[in-house]
Design a protein around this ligand. Structure first.
Ligand code: SF4
Ligand code: SF4
Length: 446
């Protein structure tokens, strides 16, 4: 199948900003975490940062949205700034996107500026982004509001500006596919159907990583549904090192790590959170493997953002310090090993600026150089016979179905809502059809 070319722009009159409306539309952080946006915007801060620093290799969704849909994005950002009381807005975007920066510069109001960022990984991590924009360090375990800022992803802000229920997701399909593209996809469609829309896999045996190659989770099969937070679908040959690494079992990781780590510290010296001055030293987590359990020697594991740079880029022995940190987190939590310092005591490493990992080096190291590093936004008419819409696509508790088996719904109708008093988000039908309600998902058959 060849994607149909040409983009029809979404339109909307200027809606009135309101947290109730954002909640009603089911808007959550589209950048990965899925935190309910109306809850986040309750904090009053002087600075609002739009996170357009998309830094996962091969992903282009945010850049494409800014290129095609700058108006609803800026409308949403202005509304968000009013809601959080921000006087100043910053759009953090990679400096390599000169054309988009120039177009935004011509459109932004006086209280919003465009901040060009270096093309490095992980520029899109909130802590790194806030530091690059403000020079301030969010304390370990803290939030941007602790330094007077709120951060939101481009697509989240565009959804606010569009003022319509979130029924579709924009994502990039990349890697070993016939046509790497960015698509607008109904929530609940299978990743297999989306890969077909990108022309299908270019190799017979392949694996799929969801979200990006660095912070990815491997897809169990092609029936996995797209959710409101799926930002990328990366197809790679089954024998690609990234597929093997993301599927490595923990026992193997621990066994090899215990015997092969030479304590060279490269993982720590490249760790972006360590370089920010946070108490995180992955080589210490590795050392703890040799004694008993990960987490025994250090509180560091708690403050790992799981960017995977230590594992995928830094370690010369192909070990997996990131996963050792991840395994150590619950142990550190159980033992109450939290950071007890004061924000004033945090000092970024003097070499931090010079140890940023350039995207081109990362792409080469990951063995992704052979794939097309583009994802033009392309219109494709999806007509799924069925969508499976998970009740948990967001931070907090699963949503409670508001429909019953046999009901007919139209696209955009409410099908699930948060339980009273619990953190969660509303969910809407992405297609017209008849409903079946399961334990974890609402299925709609067209
Ligand atoms: S970089 Fe690798 S070998 Fe060096 S300390 Fe870290 S885990 Fe051990
Ligand atoms: S994954 Fe590794 S590099 Fe990234 S924050 Fe955690 S320890 Fe640091």
């Amino acid at each position: 199948m060849t994607p149909q070319m040409g983009i029809s722009g979404p339109t909307s009159a200027g809606p009135t900003p309101s947290l109730d409306r954002i909640e009603e539309l089911g808007i959550i952080g589209a950048g990965g975490g899925g935190f309910p946006t109306a809850v986040k915007f309750k904090a009053q801060v002087p600075l609002f940062i739009a996170n357009a620093a998309e830094c996962e290799p091969l992903l282009h969704k945010d850049k494409e949205l800014l290129h095609h849909y700058a108006e609803p994005f800026l409308r949403g950002m202005t509304m968000a700034m009013q809601l959080v009381g921000a006087r100043e807005g910053v759009i953090g975007i990679k400096e390599k996107y000169q054309e988009i920066i120039a177009a935004l510069d011509a459109k932004v109001p006086a209280n919003i500026r465009v901040e060009p960022l270096p093309d490095c990984y992980p520029a899109g991590d909130e802590f790194i982004l806030v530091h690059m924009v403000t020079g301030r360090v969010i304390p370990p375990g803290g939030l941007p509001k602790d330094v007077g800022a709120t951060v939101s992803n481009v697509e989240t802000l565009m959804n606010i500006g569009l003022d319509r229920p979130v029924t579709h997701k924009y994502l990039t399909v990349a890697g070993a596919v016939a046509h790497p593209v960015t698509l607008r996809v109904p929530v609940g469609i299978t990743i297999g159907e989306v890969i077909e829309a990108a022309g299908g896999a270019a190799v017979p045996d392949f694996g799929v990583l969801l979200g990006g190659v660095m912070m990815a989770r491997p897809a169990a099969n092609l029936d996995v549904p797209v959710t409101k937070t799926t930002g990328g679908i990366i197809v790679l040959p089954a024998e690609h090192a990234l597929i093997r690494r993301h599927n490595a079992p923990w026992m193997h990781i621990a066994k090899i790590g215990r015997s092969a780590c030479d304590q060279c510290r490269f993982c720590t010296e490249f760790c972006p959170r360590y370089l920010l001055g946070h108490p995180i030293e992955p080589h210490m987590a590795m050392r703890s493997l040799g004694f008993s359990q990960p987490g025994d020697l250090t509180v560091a594991t708690l403050y790992c953002c799981e960017c995977n740079l230590c594992t995928m880029f830094a370690c010369p022995e192909d070990l997996d310090p990131k996963n050792v940190c991840v395994q150590g987190k619950p142990i550190a939590r159980e033992r109450g090993l939290t950071w007890k310092g004061t924000p004033d005591s945090i000092q970024p490493h003097p070499m931090a600026e010079f140890r940023r990992v350039p995207m081109r080096r990362l792409i080469a190291k990951l063995g992704l150089g052979e794939f097309v590093n583009e994802g033009p936004l392309t219109e494709y008419k999806f007509a799924p016979r069925k969508v499976t819409i998970p009740l948990k696509q967001h931070a907090g508790a699963p949503a409670v179905p508001q429909v019953k088996c046999g009901d007919w719904v139209r696209a955009g109708e409410l099908i699930a809502a948060p339980e009273a008093g619990k953190l969660g988000a509303r969910i809407h039908a992405s297609i017209d059809g008849r409903v079946t309600v399961g334990k974890d998902a609402v299925v709609i058959e067209a």
